[in-house]
Design a protein around this ligand. Structure first.
Ligand code: SF4
Length: 207
């Protein structure tokens, strides 16, 4: 039987949001082959099963078309960013791109969604993500522990405010690795945050 693997396809982080060009969709259709279904996930990635031995050439073709390819499953998803409606500079497009390049696709005990909003209006729903960055006027705030699913859905809480852009990647990487090391089995990120406590994480990132 043909061995397959699921890949996650994302458009680049850009002004306008999750936009695919017609050429990119054509490329996805061409590499998908017959009888392959493509799933639109709620976190903005397309999931597609590809033959295991064709994974690399397929990923190359998709990347040549300007798309990004990540692992699917129990990993950090690509950054769920806003539309940058205030413009690339004002909303921090480059910061979001740097963040995405650093944090997407890391293996984690459960899938982790990381959000970004270019202003406090937060139209990308940052408080519903496991970790999120919100750009304030000239600084950034990080929130943790949002949970949109289930009857115990809840909003993320402020972890730290007033950060400079160069502080974002080290802090978020530290949170991900701390979760990877200390989660109990497949403990959800929100549950993990509550168990170790927000105050403990605040001390951890202050060190
Ligand atoms: S979060 Fe702010 S900058 Fe980003 S799309 Fe929404 S309103 Fe525009």
């Amino acid at each position: 039987m043909l061995e397959t693997i699921k890949i996650a396809i994302s458009p680049p982080i850009q002004v306008g949001g999750s936009l695919f060009t017609a050429e990119q969709l054509t490329t996805i259709g061409a590499v998908a082959g017959a009888n392959v279904t493509i799933e639109m996930t709620p976190f903005g990635q397309l999931y597609m099963e590809v033959p295991l031995d064709e994974q690399e050439p397929i990923a190359e073709k998709l990347e040549q078309a300007g798309l990004e390819v990540y692992p699917a499953g129990f990993v950090t998803k690509s950054l769920i960013a806003c539309n940058f409606c205030k413009g690339a500079e004002e909303a921090g497009l480059d910061v979001a791109k740097t963040l995405n390049a650093s944090i997407a696709g890391i293996i984690t005990p459960t899938p982790i969604k990381i959000g970004y909003a270019g202003c406090a209006l937060g139209t990308s729903e940052p408080l519903l993500k496991d970790i999120s960055v919100v750009k304030m006027r000239n600084t950034y705030d990080i929130f943790v522990g949002g949970e949109p699913k289930g009857l115990k859905a809840s909003l993320a809480e402020l972890l730290i405010a007033g950060l400079q852009e160069e502080q974002l990647v080290p802090i978020i990487m530290a949170l991900i690795y701390y979760y990877n090391e200390h989660a109990k089995g497949k403990e959800k990120f929100k549950k993990f945050i509550h168990r170790v406590s927000l105050e403990h994480l605040q001390q951890l990132i202050a060190e």
